[in-house]
Design a protein around this ligand. Structure first.
Ligand SMILES: Nc1nc2c(ncn2[C@@H]2O[C@H](COP(=O)(O)OP(=O)(O)OP(=O)(O)O)[C@@H](O)[C@H]2O)c(=O)[nH]1
Ligand SMILES: [Mg+2]
Length: 693
């Protein structure tokens, strides 16, 4: 592949609602540009972008893939992102590396939550946006309804550029409003120019052609004062003015063009490619990247003559090639067989071979210039790291969602734990929204992600890539036991078996106290228990604290005072006093009104304003205590609810929240303290702990 400078590069993230046709569109663009000689289908599992075995099996994208293609002396770096919400980390990575986010909207189902999420991610990252309405070939599609939808949801910046002419629910041709020409396609996707629709057809369009042209011209007029004047004078724009207006409008974020096409019949795909080349900003057009140098904020312009500065936006753990780091070069030239400094670790990264990709196919290159995307293999850097050739600074990082859906991991093969841990460590490198930790309370290994499917896919990858089979099971709640009353009990251990006997006798007072660990005191008078046995008594109690008498949970909040006892000059031993102490503990717990404590977490939910009632109702059912409800300062139209909720009630919250908010809600949940479990649940917990054993 040729080398390209920034002005000849277009970095395009393809994002949008799940199943809206992103991968099929990428396939159509790749095919039309001549980078592939066949048109794959996601349903047949033979597309260039969905090459991972899990993607083929599930017929959906699970990670962002890169397809670099050449078209008209330009290099188009297509980043096909997944639409499923669980895999949003990859959508964010693709958006970061892009300059334009191409958002697919199904001509059948219109604007969906995934459309809004992609648009928001693009706007938050300051990227240009383009809507591509797919599936217009489908008889159930209604482009003009979708256009109205887009205008309602995203406002006046939405500007139709290529629209279909529809007759009897079939697309007969496509109008390019820039050229004011009409094109039709044969079954093989070959294009010919045709007449503009006659008045009678145009009349039947939900939007009349002159209305579309007026809307289009007005949007373009907004981008420039001179154009605005011309517009008011009633003069027509030249094609050059239209292209420049749309290009500038996209670059400054005030225009989002709408282009329709069919990924399947290839209708409009050639025009989409043409408009991509004409309208989309190149990396040279976009504002300088923000970076941090110590406490200073600096700007790094996209300039290949400056020292090298690059950002690792994605990592793939490939079992054959090894670790692949996807790199966006933001300044200078990134070279193969070179060394750069990793700004986070301070280490020198040795770069070997360098590649560009077409899905899974690697194409070796010797360097990538500022604005381009390339892939290095087997380097140490992680996602979000900055590599520097000159001054050391760090680029702004991608913000990923924290895992909120947690399940316990049970290894199927005995002794597989180390292999499972190292496998998940690699998967975590790939997906920053996955976590794998050991719960210090329950000892269980916990896999975290954004939803059920996320964890299922992580487990499937662990099996196929790293050869470990696991089950995902609901995790244990780390209950505790405590006491509510004071009591004084005796623990006596006496055994006469042949020669040496065993003798230990203690009287211990137990009382509730505020402490996670045992508080031990002694108030023994007259040497009833000799001093040298005190540590054994304490040890006996400490050990007993591991298992309470109700459900076998660790015990907290107990103070034990050794007040009396007796000993035998020959038979007493440390062992005997330890046993006596544990006998006292068991008896003491029973008499001191034991109960079970449950972990309570602090919940912060971010939801659309409309869903507050439903979420409050749901939290109520979960025994949640709402502490506050405020409009979000950062996210318009969203509300933050803060609450405290018992951990045991949170198992199904991720799924429920997704249903209530149709995927728009998100939350964080962190442990705060233990509280007494309501009496009506105690027997449930005791039973569940017994069946666990
Ligand atoms: N008729 C028709 N079907 C299409 C078109 N584009 C995509 N499809 C079909 O829509 C389904 C989903 O397409 P994908 O390309 O996998 O959608 P996606 O957006 O990549 O899906 P995710 O990656 O899972 O979010 C497939 O069955 C495609 O064949 C189109 O233009 N016309
Ligand atoms: Mg896809």
């Amino acid at each position: 592949m040729k080398e390209y400078s920034a002005s000849s590069i277009r970095n395009i993230a393809i994002a949008g609602h799940s199943g809206s046709g992103k991968t099929t569109l990428a396939e159509a663009l790749i095919y039309k540009a001549g980078a592939s000689d066949r048109l794959g289908k996601t349903a047949d599992g033979n597309t260039i972008c969905d090459y991972d075995p899990e993607e083929i099996k599930r017929k959906a994208s699970l990670g962002a893939s890169l397809a670099s293609i050449e078209y008209n002396d330009l290099k188009l770096n297509l980043l096909d992102a997944p639409g499923l919400f669980d895999f949003e980390a990859d959508m964010r990575e693709a958006v970061y590396a892009s300059d334009t986010v191409l958002i697919t909207v199904s001509g059948k189902s219109g604007v969906k939550v995934g459309t809004q999420k992609a648009y928001k991610a693009a706007k938050d990252a300051g990227k240009a946006t383009l809507f591509v309405v797919t599936k217009v070939d489908d008889p159930d599609a209604n482009f003009y309804n979708v256009l109205t939808d887009l205008k309602t949801v995203f406002g006046p910046s939405v500007c139709p550029v290529i629209v279909p002419v529809i007759k009897d629910r079939q697309v007969v041709s496509y109008i390019n409003l820039i050229e004011m020409k009409c094109y039709k396609y044969d079954e093989k996707g070959n294009v010919t120019e045709t007449d503009m629709p006659t008045a009678d057809i145009s009349e039947k369009l939900d939007y009349r052609l002159d209305g579309l042209v007026a809307a289009f011209s007005e949007a373009v007029a907004e981008t420039d004062e001179a154009l605005m004047e011309k517009f008011f004078e009633g003069e027509e724009f030249t094609q050059k003015e239209l292209v420049k207006g749309l290009h500038d409008g996209m670059n400054s974020g005030i225009i989002t063009p709408v282009i329709c096409c069919s990924d399947v019949t290839m209708g409009g795909i050639d025009m989409l490619l043409k408009e991509i080349a004409l309208l989309l900003p190149s990396p040279a057009d976009t504002p300088a990247a923000v970076a941090y140098k110590g406490d200073d904020i600096i700007e790094v312009p996209c300039d290949e003559t400056k020292p090298m500065g690059a950002f690792v936006f994605k990592t793939v753990a490939d079992p054959f090639v090894g670790k692949m780091s996807f790199i966006k070069v933001l300044s200078g030239v990134f070279k193969a067989n070179s060394e750069y400094k990793n700004a986070r670790t301070g280490d020198t990264e040795k770069i070997g071979k360098l590649y560009t990709l077409l899905g899974k196919k690697t194409i070796e290159i010797s360097q990538a210039k500022a604005g381009d995307i390339c892939v290095a293999v087997k380097i140490n850097a992680a996602t979000n790291d900055t590599l520097c050739g000159g001054d050391v600074y760090e680029f702004d990082k991608i913000k990923f969602s924290r895992p909120c859906y947690l399940m316990a991991v049970k290894t199927k093969a005995q002794g597989d734990e180390t292999k499972v841990s190292s496998g998940f460590a690699r998967i975590m490198e790939e997906d920053p929204s996955i976590s794998f930790t050991q719960d210090t309370q329950t000892g269980e290994f916990i896999l975290g992600g954004l939803g059920e499917q996320h964890l299922e896919v992580a487990a499937a990858k662990l099996k196929s890539k790293f050869g470990s089979d696991i089950d995902l099971v609901p995790r244990k709640i780390a209950y505790r036991e405590t006491i509510r009353k004071k009591c004084k009990v005796q623990g006596k251990h006496k055994k006469q078996s042949g020669g040496h006997g065993q003798y230990g006798d203690v009287w211990i007072e137990f009382e509730p106290c505020v402490s996670d660990t045992l508080v031990f005191e002694e108030r023994v008078f007259g040497g009833a228990v000799p001093r040298n046995f005190f540590p054994a008594v304490e040890k006996g109690l400490q050990d007993s604290m591991q298992k309470g008498v109700l459900a076998g949970c660790p015990v907290t909040g107990v103070k034990a005072i050794l007040v009396d006892g007796s000993y035998h000059p020959v038979d007493s031993s440390e062992m005997a006093f330890k046993t006596a102490a544990s006998i006292a503990f068991k008896e003491g717990m029973k008499q001191a009104d034991p109960t079970i404590l449950e972990p309570i977490g602090s919940l912060k939910v971010l939801i659309p304003n409309d869903n507050t009632g439903d979420v409050m109702g749901d939290l109520n059912k979960r025994r949640g205590r709402v502490l506050g409800m405020n409009p979000s300062e950062e996210e318009k139209g969203m509300t933050i609810i803060e609450a405290e909720v018992p951990e045991r009630e949170m198992q199904t919250f991720t799924t429920q929240l997704r249903q209530i908010t149709r995927g728009m809600g998100s939350f964080t949940f962190d442990f705060v303290r233990y509280e007494q479990l309501p009496a009506n649940l105690v027997s449930d917990v005791i039973l569940s702990m017994k069946t666990d054993e």
